[in-house]
Design a protein around this ligand. Structure first.
Ligand code: HEM
Length: 510
């Protein structure tokens, strides 16, 4: 199949080595934790439900490249900025579909996120769907994003009037799911009218958690240890499939307005004339519904946590919103990109909490990493983004401190490339980046303009993991703002410019 853009891998299939011994001939040079248990591996002090946070602890002890063994498999992790810059070189490395991502293949198949580099449907879908993320397309989504955000503020107004705290991750998930469902697929999940998450969300969280759990259990024992969990996972996948099939069926009878689903169903490849198969459309719809909301929801939640804890940052962001949006009842598309400081708050949030916390890279040919670590073709490493974003050589000794000033234009220019990677890298980087940033900036702007955020004084940030990261149990108290505060002078940059039900749709469990 010919494509209009360069493919991520170019030629034939790659099979990544399941364990690092085969792909890294000089593995012994890479540090590992000192207390390795027979059979179990490097699991001392680890908690099965927080694999990323466990690995971050090892990273701090062992340095910019290290390895960890768990249940018979050895993995190489990389976070030093120089090493990551090498792995980002598309001529030598490509995306590796491994670990958690490969575990999602039963759900998302050769959809855009989970496709192997050699699968022809990656290039086909990428070329057909990329125009759905152009600037013009974003401007078209703006109105719907605004409508969904206003449903959030209506909900928060009610909570505020009743003196109730708001459930931040729950409400951000409602918001981002509705946004991608309506902009991309013309579908209304009714998230704001439900007291519990939509069954699609419950099934999605189930499959993501299951994919993560599969990595923490020895493969030969998984069929026994996870028998019940696997049955539940099958029911969750069936729920996702049914929801999506219903959505596609509805579109066949009522035409859409040129959204992502129309593209998937109607648009032929500009060069080859090929179309996505019905099975692939199903995979893509699930991919976009999941990838299009879970990570943005986490990013917004972490951002609101930091804004509530740092009143001076919130005040500066709010002052910018007041200045740039003035009395406009509803900000126009162009007014969102002008919220430069709010955008820096988001960047700084994604630095500390990249909500998709790792991505894997594999060698296209035999190569040597940093002149010291030989890798065979197909050998791979996991880039630990939260540690890359804390590398003291790039971010300084106070890298844990939340400071949006790190994203001032001059500070960004002074850093080497490939040091900030919340959206992955290269041909397989996030296609939804601009979508996420527009949506999140708009929503933060609207919330800052309307409310003062008060944290629960007893709350300490806890991070829950289900392949993605999310603050756990974060609740905020709201005060409605009174209009009329005089904004401070313009800065130069601004001048220019509970347990939810399982899927009820037609008998879950099949
Ligand atoms: C803050 C929000 C988001 C973050 C942090 C994020 C992060 C990422 C990362 C790190 C990757 C690369 C994964 C890898 O290399 O294995 C990726 C890929 C992808 N993302 Fe996002 N994402 C976000 C929002 C979105 C949105 C809103 C959409 C859709 C509307 C989306 C759709 C996708 C898809 C389809 C891919 C696969 C692209 C490909 O392989 O061609 N993401 N994302």
């Amino acid at each position: 199949m010919a494509g209009t853009t360069k493919g991520p891998a170019g030629d034939g299939p790659r099979r990544g080595f399941r364990s690092a011994e085969l792909g890294w001939p000089e593995l012994h040079r890479i540090p590992r934790p000192p207390h390795r248990l027979p059979l179990l591996g490097d699991v001392l002090g680890a908690h099965g439900s927080t694999p990323v946070q466990d690995t971050l602890r090892y990273a701090r002890q062992l340095g910019p490249i290290f390895r960890r063994r768990a249940f018979g498999k050895e993995f190489v992790f990389v976070w030093g900025a120089g090493l990551v810059a090498e792995l980002a070189d598309e001529a030598r490395f490509a995306k590796h579909v491994g670990l958690g991502v490969a575990n999602l293949r039963p759900v998302a198949g050769d959809g855009l996120f989970t496709a192997y580099n050699h699968e022809p449907n990656w290039q086909l879908a990428h070329d057909v769907l990329a125009p759905g993320f152009s600037r013009e397309a974003m401007a078209g989504y703006h109105r719907t994003m605004l409508d969904v955000a206003q449903r959030l503020t209506a909900r928060w107004d009610r909570a505020q009037a009743d003196g109730r705290a708001v459930d931040v991750p729950g409400d951000m998930t409602r918001l981002t799911l509705e946004t991608i469902a309506r902009t991309g697929f013309g579908h209304d999940f009714g998230s704001f009218e439900r007291s519990r998450p939509h069954p699609f969300v419950t099934a999605m969280v189930g499959t993501l958690s299951h994919a993560q759990r599969l990595n923490t259990v020895p493969a030969p024992l998984a069929p026994w240890l996870l028998r019940r969990a696997s049955r539940r996972n099958a029911a969750d996948i069936a729920c996702l499939n049914r929801t999506v099939d219903d959505l596609i069926r509805a579109r066949r009878t009522a035409p859409g307005q040129g959204d992502l689903l129309d593209r998937m169903l109607e648009t032929a490849h500009p060069v080859t004339g090929e179309r996505l198969s019905p099975e692939n459309v199903r995979r893509q719809v699930i991919t976009f519904l999941v990838a299009g909301h879970e990570t943005t929801s986490g990013a917004l939640s972490f951002a609101l946590h930091h804004l509530s804890r740092q009143p001076e940052v919130a005040a500066r962001a709010r002052a910018e919103v007041d200045r740039v949006w003035g009395d406009t009842a509803e900000p126009a598309y162009e007014q969102v990109a002008r919220l430069r400081y709010v955008r820096r708050v988001l960047d700084e949030t994604l630095r500390l909490w990249p909500t998709a916390p790792a991505f894997a890279r594999e060698a296209r040919e035999d190569t040597v990493l940093a002149g010291a670590h030989p890798m065979r073709r197909g050998a791979w490493a996991l880039v630990l983004t939260p540690m890359l974003h804390r590398d003291p050589e790039v971010w300084g000794p106070d890298a844990e401190r939340f400071d949006p000033g790190r994203f001032d234009a001059a500070a960004v220019r002074s850093r080497p490339p490939h040091t900030f990677k919340p959206f992955g890298t290269g041909a397989r980087a996030c296609i939804g980046r601009q979508f996420a940033l527009h949506e999140a900036t708009l929503v933060l702007g609207l919330l800052l303009r309307r409310y003062e955020l008060r944290p629960d004084p007893g709350y300490r940030l806890r991070v829950t993991e289900r392949l993605t990261l999310m603050p756990e149990g974060l609740r905020l108290h709201l005060d409605r703002r009174t209009a009329g505060a005089t904004p401070p002078p313009l800065e130069p940059a601004a001048r220019d410019g509970g347990s939810a039900p399982r899927c009820p749709v037609r008998g879950a469990g099949d």
